[in-house]
Write a protein that binds this ligand. Structure first.
Ligand code: PEP
Ligand code: MG
Length: 566
């Protein structure tokens, strides 16, 4: 029993973006290191030599910290940390910074900042491997500045026991490299549910609540917090009963039997989203009934030219081979906006999310799409999966018709479209007169319906697939599908939220595609809910006047969520 407990622990509400309940001490992420003001100088009479010496001492401490972190890490991470430690110990960086203190009288932190910029510029000019190290120089610079100004070191703090990471915001790159045996849950004060931070957290199975306003201020370091990544709540100093209940639920290991259905037997195919081809086999092992979204652009990212047809065939075969006899929906390249490709994307667009992205790229670079369709067709011939192909960012009936015609020319007979733009949802009927199926990308559909950048924390409340306007468009898309007798699924992040999944089924979608980790929870909720209940929940959500109301009304109508710990 803990000694003193408040009767009513503080509960911060945010948006749950990755399910699971965790109770652990909080560790606060330090604020990023700010650039010391330019021209800040030491006052006359300062012992300049002593100030300059502090830089060498700081570099020793930072090098030792990084080497110690490298010793605790393994494989690639250890190599990266050792290489960064070497930059911290680099005498030219230290000497340059010392010189700026001695001759320019700069405060040591400003001197380090400027010296690091100079080194980074040299590395940049050298190109290749060196240019790739500029991020490490910035990391060393920030650590030196933090040390010299007496602030906590930037980045995820070292902490012995596993913890909940609480931050104002968190870059996707940090989430991608978090050690999941130590970071048990994430809470951010800002951030949107469809940002890549949220998508990565979900893919990595880290229970996460974003947009938990003020969490960084309310949560105290080392204090116990209960994070509920499904309900989107953060309970500060939970009671013993709450802790016991959360731990009991966390101990339940749920699996998926590979058959999505409601409690009265209405089938809902539960499929997996994959990016890297190596994700496909684990998705099959997790029981996925097929792949509902293969984000092929993952194979193009970071490349200066498109992968060859042979390279693409090999990547696609890896995915198809994991699902013999089952459906694999291959999405053609979705480049542009937040996934720019140097050889395709015009980086001078003022509004890239509204620019040449997705299928629009193919109009400018038809050869890239033709090569990709050739590769998909070849891979399909060599494997036994049932291959469906779909285009991202379709906005008009003409685009759908042309895409289907291109697929047909390549012998790809099941050609569909993603519905991510409101125009496509509203015209789903005429679009599906051409396309064999539709898959709703709720991440972008939400972004474009609400005019809210999916990457921007400041508009996180708008960027929420529970927004009734988004759900009305999902209903319109399903009506278009019903009109043409074509299946309509969902492959955006909304499909991975159990309560919202029930609403989507009630709106008429026939398949839900999600990160494989979400399959057991979504399956459990559907298996405990009748199809009629799903339809009633859909009506409740459509009638709500806000996303928050839709979410809370539906959750209140689904007491089984609590029983299942969802
Ligand atoms: C979507 O927009 O919902 C989607 C599935 O595509 P992506 O997240 O890759 O843009
Ligand atoms: Mg999209």
């Amino acid at each position: 029993m803990s000694a003193v407990q408040p009767e009513h622990p503080t509960v911060i509400s945010g948006i749950g973006v990755s399910p699971g309940r965790v109770v652990a001490p909080a560790v606060l992420m330090p604020d990023p290191v700010a650039e010391p003001p330019s021209g800040r100088r030491l006052p006359p009479g300062t012992d300049y030599a002593a100030e300059a010496k502090r830089i060498g001492q700081a570099s020793e401490v930072v090098r030792a910290e990084l080497d110690a972190a490298a010793d605790r890490a393994e494989g690639d991470s250890a190599d990266v940390l050792h290489a960064t430690a070497a930059i911290a110990a680099d005498p030219s960086l230290v000497e340059d910074a010392e010189q700026r203190v001695l001759t320019d009288r700069l405060v040591p932190e400003r001197a380090v900042w400027e010296a690091a910029e100079a080194v980074a510029a040299q590395f940049e000019a050298l190109g290749g491997y060196f240019a790739e190290r500029t991020q490490d120089i910035a990391d060393v610079r920030d650590r030196l500045v933090a040390h010299l100004t007496g602030r906590p070191a930037p980045g995820v703090p070292a902490h012995e026991a596993p913890f909940v990471l609480v931050a104002a915001d968190l870059a996707p790159a940090i989430v991608a490299t978090l050690d999941t045996t130590r970071v048990l849950a994430i809470v951010t004060g800002t951030g949107g549910p469809t940002s890549h931070t949220a998508i990565l957290a979900r893919a990595r199975g880290i229970p996460t609540v974003v947009a938990a306003r003020g969490a960084e201020a309310v949560v105290h370091a080392e204090g116990l917090v209960l994070v509920d990544g499904s309900a989107g709540t953060v309970t500060v100093d939970p009671t013993d009963d709450q802790v016991a209940a959360a731990r009991a639920l966390a101990d339940q290991v749920r699996t998926f039997d590979g058959h999505g259905r409601t409690s009265d037997g209405h089938a809902v195919a539960l499929l997996a989203n994959v990016g890297d081809p190596s994700d496909a086999a684990p998705a099959a092992a997790a029981g996925a009934e097929g792949i509902g979204l293969f984000r092929t652009e993952f194979g193009f990212l970071g490349r200066t030219e498109a992968p060859t047809i042979d390279e693409q065939v090999a990547a696609y075969r890896e995915v198809l081979s994991a699902f013999p006899g089952r459906k694999v929906v291959v999405r053609t390249l979705d480049a542009g906006a937040d996934k720019p490709l140097p050889f395709l994307t015009d980086d001078h667009e003022v509004n890239p999310a509204l620019g040449v992205r997705g299928l629009r790229t193919a109009v400018r670079h038809p050869e890239v799409l033709q090569d990709q369709l050739t590769a998909i067709a070849r891979a399909a011939e060599q494997e036994r999966a049932e291959v469906w192909v779909m285009a991202p960012m379709v906005s008009t009936v003409d685009e759908a018709e042309q895409f289907v015609a291109s697929c047909t020319k390549h012998g790809l007979d099941v050609a569909g479209v993603m519905i991510e733009v409101p125009s496509a949802a509203l015209l789903a009927g005429p679009i599906l007169a051409h396309a064999a199926f539709a898959s709703i990308g709720t991440n972008d559909l939400t972004q474009y319906t609400m005019a809210a950048d999916r990457l921007l924390g400041a508009v996180a409340e708008l960027s929420d697939p529970w927004q009734p306007a988004v759900l009305h468009l999902v209903a319109a898309a399903c009506a278009g599908g019903a009109q043409q007798g074509r299946p309509v699924g969902v492959c955006g992040e909304a499909a991975a939220n159990p309560a919202l999944a029930a609403v989507l089924v009630g709106l008429g979608v026939s398949s839900l595609s999600m990160t494989p980790r979400a399959l057991p929870d979504v399956a459990a909720l559907l298996a405990a809910t009748t199809f009629d209940e799903c339809r009633r929940l859909a009506q409740l959500a459509l009638a709500a006047s806000s996303a928050a109301d839709a979410r809370s009304i539906v959750r209140a109508a689904l007491p089984v969520l609590d029983e299942l710990g969802l």
